[in-house]
Design a binder for this molecule. Structure first.
Ligand code: ADP
Ligand code: ADP
Ligand code: ZN
Ligand code: ZN
Length: 748
């Protein structure tokens, strides 16, 4: 079959849509945020593929797999196994690094086992996750928890004055006596007066035996230095002291392992070298530098390992990750970096006829790097795979073999396929996407005058090189630069550390409870309950599905979830309240003819018409202003996309002034039409007297800035400096800035 065929899809807001997607081609899904792209691509296509795959497993395996319900559609045919490459961070423990998750480290180990000298063994001898290779001191973690002497000791005091601050070591205690009664120290001498020999003895012991007085007489005992004792009691094993462990850990710090100095490997593995470098040194190099070194390794033994290794390293560079090092812990990677790394793994695989599903692969990528990303998508296709991409980036839309445009707008105003076909046709199409593709946003005229400045002085976080920069207050500043140039380090770390008052508006989920809704989050629910109480004479608490008024059967959730032992759990509408969340008697009270349940079913726009009272009206208007008029007041916040979460947070800020707001790639997940709206919202925030600093690659946002701070010139060790500061107009003239080049390209 040459197509994936979907008939009658109705997941979430989809309106009974049917479509055919060509296999072994790149199909890009476009449409405004909330139009239904995810419902189609993830909620329908990927979910059905996963469900079909799960059905091939025996029940006890199936029970351990993530649960995928049957998507709401009549037929889905022609699916192949789907792999979703999303933006979930790889995370992982400290043993998971860029090298290990991409399998590059495995190849590097193989290389050392074959051509390294002196030979150290097979390839496990180079693995920090294998006892054969790991540093015995830190067990391959490279870092160790150690007693922080500055916190554990008051060196101005003597033992008798309580120089040891650790809990359990107070004057007169048993542990204190192991030092004070050892006869080795002058108990009245402050620690600062100790000779180097005394220090060493006090901290490390050094094999001395001392006599201790006990009730049973004098016993000889090996004297244990403070550091050694501490390690034995708290660090090297969980020990019997667990009750005190948490408290004691506040007297520690994590440092590079003293034995391997952070290299994670044992001495034999570290002695083995290729061209004078050991495997840990290679892993600490930026990948783009590593390429040159690996290229230089030749000889018949290396021939089998070098080509696949180079292949992967080049993919990493091609995908804009050349600035990473293989030893970088995956837990420190951003969502976009994580996604690109997962992509490298799949490019290395020989599977064909798979369906790869990407969620905005250009996140975190400078326009300069988007072309490389597109080349990799093509490479996946050319290996015989079907590539589905949810993406807003013009340059990625350009490489599509087929486009599915979902719309016309968001939520209940979306859910239809408004265009299917080639890119040329999309450019002509009368859809939001088509219209935005045809139009290039001009550079803004006239820039705002700053009301002051917010300075970062001498920042050295990560790759930053003593950066001092002033952000003008009361205007919109956009921070640009290629991936890895240091934007997050400057804004999210250095700036936020210097200006803790700043508010970060991100796309993370709002409201942690499954009971949160737009109405509860914005404080609207309190107002609505008061109005119902005033109209009925009942208590406001009665109108809350979180307390008195809640349906007792479902505790106000409106649904009941049943876990079944060997099958997928089932969620069904609560029969008692028929999904209305409230007790019957609560629903008898009405406000202008509507029950509280009716009100929660309203969209924000409907509610803005219904409520004439100023307070709820103001809140509802601000939600409408950020383009979320289509959300229902009672819709669980857990169903909101990242972009929707960001906008509902912004809605709450629109009435303030004098604030400082920081946003990291706010256009993530946003269609060109959404970006336009976001710019309008940000402009409103700035006009109200706030300062906004945005990290962004989207050139439409750059063109709307009053001030640009461009970092670079490259990523990693080639970045970390400010290459340009000024208005977007003067950026156009700047030399030595890749952002300037992209801006010129965009405007011509
Ligand atoms: P897009 O991917 O285009 O941004 P989505 O498919 O995520 O859009 O959402 C389409 C619509 O469906 C939105 O109005 C969204 O709020 C709604 N929606 C998404 N998930 C759920 C859900 N689990 N339950 C109810 N509504 C949902
Ligand atoms: P950008 O935001 O411009 O993509 P970052 O500030 O995230 O850049 O990164 C700048 C440099 O610092 C890169 O070389 C990156 O690999 C490195 N870096 C970022 N975070 C960490 C971290 N937690 N540990 C080590 N290096 C980091
Ligand atoms: Zn070690
Ligand atoms: Zn109920």
């Amino acid at each position: 079959m040459s197509h994936i065929e979907i008939t009658g899809a109705r997941q979430n807001n989809l309106r009974n849509v049917s479509l055919k997607i060509p296999k072994q081609r790149i199909t890009v899904f476009t449409g405004v945020s909330g139009s239904g792209k995810s419902s189609l691509v993830f909620g329908t296509i990927a979910a059905e593929s996963q469900r079909q795959l799960n059905e091939t497993f025996p029940p006890f395996v199936r029970n351990r797999l993530p649960k995928y319900g049957r998507p709401d559609a009549d037929h889905i045919e022609g699916l192949s196994a789907a792999v979703v490459i999303g933006q979930q961070r790889i995370g992982g423990n400290s043993r998971s690094t860029v090298g290990t998750v991409t399998d590059i480290h495995t190849l590097l180990r193989l290389l050392y086992s074959r051509v390294g000298t002196p030979p150290a063994g097979y390839s496990n001898a180079f693995s920090f996750n294998d006892p054969a290779g790991m540093c015995p001191e830190c067990e391959g973690v490279g870092r160790k928890v150690a007693l922080d002497l500055d916190r554990a000791l008051d060196r101005t005091r003597s033992l008798n004055e309580g120089a040891i601050l650790l809990p359990g070591f107070g004057v007169g205690t048993w542990y204190w006596k192991t030092y004070a009664s050892s006869g080795l120290f002058d108990n009245d001498k402050p620690l600062t007066g100790y000779t180097p020999e005394e220090w060493d003895l006090f901290l490390h012991g050094g094999g001395t035996t001392v006599s201790f007085e006990t009730r049973g007489g004098t016993v000889p005992q090996k004297f244990e230095g403070l550091v050694v004792k501490f390690d034995r009691l708290y660090v090297n094993r969980d020990g019997e002291q667990t009750s005190r462990r948490a408290e004691v850990m506040t007297f520690t710090s994590t440092r590079p392992c003293p034995a391997c100095r952070g290299a994670r490997l044992n001495p034999a593995a570290l002695a083995c070298r290729i061209d004078g470098r050991n495997i840990a040194e290679l892993s600490a190099l930026e990948i783009r530098h590593l390429v040159g070194i690996v290229q230089g390794i030749d000889g018949p033994v290396a021939a089998a390992v070098v080509p696949p290794l180079l292949d992967r390293l080049r993919h990493m560079v091609g995908i804009g990750l050349g600035y990473l090092t293989l030893d970088r812990p995956t837990a420190t990677l951003s969502g976009g970096e994580s996604q690109r790394i997962k992509m490298v793994k799949h490019l290395g695989s020989s599977l064909t006829d798979m369906t790869y599903v990407f969620d905005e692969p250009t996140i975190g990528l400078h326009p300069r790097d988007v072309a490389n990303m597109s080349a990799l998508l093509r490479a996946l296709r050319d290996k015989g795979n079907t590539v589905l991409v949810v993406e807003h980036d013009r340059d990625v839309i350009e490489i599509a073999d087929h486009v599915v445009d979902v719309g016309p707008r968001a939520g209940t105003h979306g859910g239809e396929i408004v265009y299917e076909g080639g890119v040329a046709g999309l450019r002509e199409a009368d859809t939001l996407t088509g219209r935005h593709l045809r139009r290039v946003r001009p550079l803004k005229e006239g820039f705002r005058t700053p009301s002051g400045e917010l300075t970062v002085t001498g920042a050295n976080v990560n790759n930053l090189r003593d950066v001092t920069v002033s952000f003008p207050a009361g205007v919109l500043t956009v921070v640009t630069g290629v991936a890895g140039s240091g934007k997050s380090s400057l804004v999210n770390e250095a700036f936020l550390a210097a200006h803790p008052r700043a508010v970060v508006v991100d796309q993370s989920a709002v409201g942690t409870s499954i009971r949160s809704t737009p109405a509860t989050y914005t404080g609207l629910m309190t107002e609505i309950r008061k109005l119902f109480a005033a109209a009925s004479g009942a208590s406001p608490a009665l109108f809350s599905f979180n307390s008195e008024g809640a349906c007792p059967a479902c505790q106000g959730l409106g649904v009941i979830h049943v876990d079944l032992a060997f099958m997928d759990g089932v969620t069904s509408v609560c029969e008692t309240c028929r999904g209305r969340r409230f007790q019957e008697e609560v629903l008898r009270h009405t406000l202008r003819g509507r029950s509280i349940s009716d009100v929660l079913e309203m969209t924000v726009s409907e509610a803005a018409e219904f409520f004439t009272e100023p307070k709820p009206r103001r809140v509802l208007r601000s939600i409408e202003e950020v383009g979320l008029g289509y959300l229902r007041l009672g819709q669980p916040l857990s169903t909101l996309s990242g972009g929707e979460c960001q906008r509902i947070k912004l809605a709450g800020e629109l009435s303030r002034s004098g604030g400082v707001y920081v946003m990291d790639e706010p256009t993530t997940g946003l269609h060109m039409a959404d970006v336009e709206r976001l710019i309008t919202i940000i402009d409103g925030l700035v006009d109200a007297g706030n300062t906004v600093i945005v990290i962004e690659h989207d050139l439409d946002v750059v063109k709307s800035a009053d001030w640009v701070v461009d970092l670079g010139p490259g990523g990693g060790d080639q970045g970390g400096t400010v290459v340009f500061e000024g208005t977007p107009r003067s950026l156009l003239e700047a030399t030595g800035s890749v952002t300037a080049e992209e801006l010129r390209r965009d405007l011509t």
